[in-house]
Design a protein around this ligand. Structure first.
Ligand SMILES: NC(=O)CC[C@H](N)C(=O)O
Length: 310
């Protein structure tokens, strides 16, 4: 699907204006205190297409904390590194629980339901910390490669804040270790996880960096294979069923795109064979998903008829 996106820029601007006051319906995450310092009224949106176009509106070039959107990139690195053996340690089922829930993890003997909840992302962080000599540097350079920019940074303030308020994530990691499903020492697992959550990127950078998921695993800018076509399919499937946590069913029902949110207020949605949408607005709904981010992606998907279930 090749189309001229010039008209779309105005449409994005109009959709953003409609959302102008809607951020007040949500609440900025404050369980990580550094995230509460962000201006709640900021918002941006960008669409990157696999034919190399990027358009955006609002604060689409302002970096924000990618938080759980980083779980996608960690998963790609782990799949590439250890292959299908990964799926003996982690499942691919929706959890139906909040993103940081611990209750299911004990029933299910330390095997996380999927890589998009915190337990799953900590398991992935263990794989990376155990298989890379410096997993944090490897993660950052992967992000820079995908974004096509050395400007991608880690926000030290957010990192320290997560570390200082990371008791629940520590509990998840220790519980998995008690079941023998974590190899590395817990502090290095947490340090990797908080580092990847603390990466800051803009809507434009995030949309571009995920194009490989819309393009059968291949980065259209460099033509390099970021993952296999089979793994791109699998990741899109996991995003469809688990990317929006316990709102994933509703999101599939109303929007119909593989998607992922983060508590920094970012939401990305993959449109296979077309491109990637990224919307950002910090205030969250009770599921931990950006209120305006979801509204914008819903409107764009409807306007352009992008659902994968058509
Ligand atoms: N949903 C999220 O974005 C959660 C990520 C956050 N760093 C946490 O561990 O709680």
């Amino acid at each position: 699907m090749k189309q001229d996106l010039t008209d779309l820029r105005e449409k994005l601007q109009a959709l953003l204006s409609e959302q102008h006051m809607q951020y007040q319906q949500g609440k900025v995450a404050d369980y990580i205190p550094a995230l509460a310092e962000v201006n709640p009224a900021l918002m941006g949106v960008a669409i990157a297409t696999i034919d190399g176009q990027i358009i955006g509106a609002g604060q689409d070039k302002t970096p924000f904390s990618i938080q759980s959107i980083s779980k996608i990139f960690g998963l790609v690195m782990a799949m590439n590194r250890i292959g299908d053996s990964l799926w003996q340690r982690i499942n691919m089922e929706p959890s139906g629980q909040p993103f940081n829930s611990i209750i299911q993890l004990e029933w299910e003997k330390g095997i996380p339901r999927n890589p998009m909840i915190n337990a799953g992302a900590l398991l992935i962080a263990d794989v990376l910390a155990s298989h890379f000599s410096s997993s944090k540097l490897a993660f950052l350079s992967f992000m820079r490669q995908l974004a096509g920019s050395e400007a991608v940074q880690i926000d030290r303030n957010v990192y320290q804040s997560e570390l200082a308020h990371g008791n629940r994530n520590a509990a998840l990691a220790y519980l998995m270790k008690s079941f023998g499903n974590i190899d590395a020492e817990i502090p290095s697992v947490l340090s990797h996880y908080f580092t990847q959550c603390s990466v800051t990127m803009s809507c434009q950078q995030l949309a571009r960096s995920l194009l490989f998921l819309a393009n059968k695993g291949k980065d259209p800018y460099t033509n390099s294979n970021i993952c296999s076509a089979k793994d791109a399919h699998r990741i899109n499937a996991i995003l469809s069923t688990s990317g929006m946590y316990d709102q994933s069913g509703e999101f599939a029902f109303s929007v119909g795109l593989p998607a992922k949110s983060g508590v920094g207020g970012g939401v990305i949605a993959v449109v296979p064979s077309f491109g990637v949408i990224c919307a950002w607005s910090p205030p969250l709904n009770p599921y931990g998903n950006s209120v305006v981010g979801i509204n914008l992606i819903t409107d764009i998907a409807e306007t352009l008829g992008l659902s994968i279930y058509h």
